[in-house]
Design a protein around this ligand. Structure first.
Ligand code: 4AD
Length: 478
């Protein structure tokens, strides 16, 4: 038997790539582009060909591996040209990284060897070199659209935004909680649930597909589970997938989306919660502008002209606050401009939300104290009259409308108990009542739709273009 080291030596001894395994350092395009001084020998880069230009005396390739928007220029002897090197093919290039003499790039890879890893049939490949593909076209190819500049940038921004949001909460003393995806509660009480059943009814416990012995659903919000945890850890957050069976084809609704939720104990003011929302929004946006300027610029240049200035306003201006009652007064003055009713007591529709933001000079607006009857059972009663309101808040932003929804939660046991009894929910939510029975504290929190956040800062019109695999009625590709 060979010892592992002997086995490796035996393999390398027969391997045609032996010298490369020993000598060439594999680096990403991003790393290569950041090396600006002198030349570095024995470099290996793997990626996809974005362009091929063969001249009489030199062959130029542009390589992208998804690590940056910018491609790496490869310069090679024409003898290295091979018909399999085409737009879309995957290659491995070995050579020396040198300062470029061209004006378009600082460094380039002088190739000694080009190996095609995977060929690409450019005739059938849905994306064509140097062609602009509209988002609706790209959406048909969720398995290939990450090869385009625009979607590559979006995915890097999405990844940075996720990190920035986690960083904000870490910096401010919040504990991250993994709230469950499968749950037995309908947090929002709106009945927009996907039910979870075992696909094999014969072998599942209970024999009727009801695996858990009771109806189970995909979560519509992690709020109630976060409330549990804020009852011991004070400041908590969750950031995960959320599911709603809303029959909507709108540009701001998905059946599966990501929600950022926070819950804060020992707070009696909606203003405290609103301050966290505003800080989170501004901190995540500022971080993206500094961490991925090239990717952000692609959106400012090609997707939403003028977006850079609009973003600047969102970061620097103090957000505006108005009550629901004031909002209705504003809307009633232009009631004919809307399809939906604008009476006190009606829910605000997207058209109303967008109007309110415009009315406030395109600065985000907090609308507070909504009619009590519009809000879910957990919202704190303001106990006012004749217009009965609850301590709820929505943050409305330009181009989108509602981005955050939050509230103070009803922490008073007798009030919550009687509300749940009236709705016939007291038995189901016994555990929720327990939270008020044992060391209850005033608390509140919010949820922010992550895709709507991306739409808002990048100026993307359709929510389906800011998530890798959009799910909506009649569409669950892949
Ligand atoms: O206003 P919502 O329904 O609030 C809640 O679910 C609270 N339980 C959150 C909390 O307090 N912890 O949803 C929060 C946000 C909305 O403001 C919106 O941005 C986004 O989630 N959202 C959606 N995003 C995409 N597609 C959908 N179908 C969405 N529904 C809500």
């Amino acid at each position: 038997m060979y010892a592992p080291r002997k086995l490796a030596a035996a393999f390398l001894g027969t391997c045609p790539w032996r010298r490369y395994h020993r000598r060439h350092m594999g680096i990403s395009v991003r790393e290569a582009l950041s090396k600006v001084h002198g030349s570095t020998k024995d470099i290996k880069i793997q990626g996809w060909v974005r362009s091929v230009r063969a001249q009489k005396e030199v062959l130029f390739l542009h390589l992208n591996d998804g690590s940056s928007l910018e491609n790496l220029q490869v310069v090679a002897e024409p003898s290295l040209k091979n018909s399999a090197i085409s737009f879309g093919s995957s290659v491995e290039v070995r050579g020396t990284l040198v300062n470029s003499v061209g004006k378009m790039q600082k460094v380039e890879l002088k190739a000694e060897e080009i190996r095609v890893i995977g060929e690409c049939d450019t005739k059938d490949f849905p994306f064509k070199i140097k062609e602009h593909h509209p988002p609706e076209y790209m959406r048909q190819f969720p398995h290939l659209r990450c090869r385009t500049n625009a979607f590559g940038s979006l995915l890097r921004i999405r990844s940075e935004a996720t990190a920035a949001i986690h960083q904000y909460f870490r910096d401010n003393g919040y504990v991250h909680i993994h709230t469950p995806i499968i749950t037995s509660n309908d947090c929002e009480g709106a009945g927009e649930l996907f039910q979870v059943e075992a696909s094999n009814r014969d072998t599942a416990p209970g024999g009727d597909g009801e695996f858990f012995g009771a109806p189970a659903f995909l979560t519509v919000s992690g709020q109630l589970h976060l409330e549990v945890m804020s009852g011991g850890l004070s400041k908590v957050f969750t950031f995960g997938p959320t599911f709603r069976a809303e029959n909507s084809q709108s540009r701001r609704h998905l059946a599966e989306f990501y929600m950022v939720e926070a819950e804060v104990s020992f707070t009696e003011n909606l203003e405290d919660i609103m301050q966290v929302m505003e800080n989170l929004f501004k901190s995540a946006t500022t971080s993206l502008l500094s961490k991925c300027p090239d990717d952000m610029n692609l959106f400012f240049k090609y997707v939403s002209l003028g977006q850079e200035g609009r973003l600047d306003r969102l970061i620097t201006k103090k957000f505006i606050v108005m009550s629901y009652t004031e909002a209705i007064e504003i809307l009633k003055k232009v009631t004919d401009s809307f399809k939906h009713k604008t009476e006190w007591g009606c829910d605000l529709q997207t058209e109303h939300e967008k109007y309110l933001v415009k009315h406030c000079g395109d600065v985000p607006v907090f609308v507070v104290n909504y009619p009590f009857d519009l809000k879910p059972f957990y919202t704190r009663d303001n106990e006012d009259s004749p217009r009965h309101t609850a301590a709820a808040v929505d943050l409305l932003v330009p181009g989108i409308g509602e981005l955050f929804g939050g509230s103070l939660r009803e922490e008073r046991l007798p009030i919550l108990q009687s509300r749940l009894e009236t709705r016939g929910l007291a038995d189901t939510y016994q555990w929720y009542l327990d939270l008020r029975k044992y060391g209850s504290v005033p608390h509140g929190g919010f949820g922010m739709g992550f895709e709507r956040f991306l739409q808002c800062i990048l100026g993307v019109d359709n929510i389906k273009d800011v998530i890798p695999f959009p799910r909506f009625p009649y569409s669950c590709l892949l």
